[in-house]
Design a protein around this ligand. Structure first.
Ligand code: G
Ligand code: G
Ligand code: MN
Ligand code: NA
Length: 253
């Protein structure tokens, strides 16, 4: 059976779940947020990585209902944590450009916020750099979402080809340094220069800069010396199911 035909039934059969990865402030190590990441477990065992099924779901148009499901689950978790022992954390959710081009996206998002009693200021929509810069329709949509109160993050930054003027037009509050530069921070002077430049540009435009894929204490130390604000990566925690994430937070506080 092809992936695309299995995708259609996967959602109704409960094969999707979300895992959550903590985001920490470099200044004091506190966890201020989490990124929700989608997982697909096959009934016969094994996982399909998102890099494989997201593009298929996008092509098939299935990403619209799947994306709504992700946003609802993420909002439900954020509100449960906010109103429980975990406390108020910002929840970052990846959004596909197909969703941003959908005229029903805003109405769907509003419905989810209301149904979950979520505050949009606690929800961060992650848009990849290449897509955020794509065209005026996407830019207009990002502005509408920002106007609704959502926080906006530019994901995988440094791998696209943004002009600085374009970046300035985007009402984003967070810039996420792509993992590829973080990986090579200790070994490649070029990656260090790129990371340093991203931190400067982000701060110049009033954004918070978050480095993803931090795996070593050396990478963390370099990021701190560059003035980077926040981190996310295996050095702190892998993406975890909700219950594990909750325990992880409570054990550290
Ligand atoms: O752990 P990781 O394998 O989760 O994610 C791989 C890629 O899949 C990342 O680029 C991430 O942005 C993307 N991804 C993960 N979850 C989602 C999601 O819910 N929606 C979208 N559109 N992309 C996601
Ligand atoms: O949405 P985005 O492309 O940023 O997705 C983040 C991806 O990076 C996910 O696949 C997540 O599981 C993965 N990831 C998060 N932290 C680390 C890390 O420290 N090392 C590696 N190799 N991958 C990571
Ligand atoms: Mn992301
Ligand atoms: Na990323």
């Amino acid at each position: 059976l092809s992936l695309v035909s299995r995708l259609a039934e996967a959602q109704s059969n409960g094969q999707f779940s979300l895992v959550y990865q903590p985001q920490l402030a470099l200044s004091d190590g506190t966890t201020f947020g989490s990124e929700a990441l989608l997982r697909w477990q096959l009934p016969e065992g094994g996982w399909v990585p998102p890099d494989r099924f997201i593009p298929v779901a996008e092509d098939a148009g299935h990403i619209l209902s799947l994306g709504e499901w992700v946003l609802r689950q993420a909002c439900l978790a954020q509100v449960r944590w906010r109103d429980g022992a975990v406390g108020r954390l910002r929840m970052a959710v990846n959004v596909s450009v197909r969703q941003l081009r959908d005229e029903n996206f805003v109405r769907g998002a509003e419905r989810i916020l209301t149904a979950c009693n979520a505050d949009p200021r606690d929800i961060e929509l992650e848009i990849t750099e290449s897509h955020a810069m794509e065209n005026d329709q996407v830019l207009a949509m990002v502005r509408v979402l920002r106007g609704m109160g959502f926080s906006i993050a530019i994901d995988d930054f440094g791998t696209g080809y943004s002009s600085l003027s374009r970046l300035q037009q985007l009402p984003a509050s967070v810039l996420k340094i792509d993992r590829s530069f973080v990986t090579d921070l200790g070994t490649l002077p070029e990656s260090r220069s790129i990371a340093a430049t991203i931190v400067k540009v982000g701060h110049e435009l009033g954004m918070t800069v978050l480095a993803e894929g931090v795996e070593t204490a050396e990478q963390e130390e370099i990021l701190r010396s560059l003035g980077c604000d926040a981190v996310q990566g295996y050095l702190y925690a892998k993406p975890m199911p909700a219950e594990r994430f909750e325990r992880w937070i409570l054990e550290r506080s």
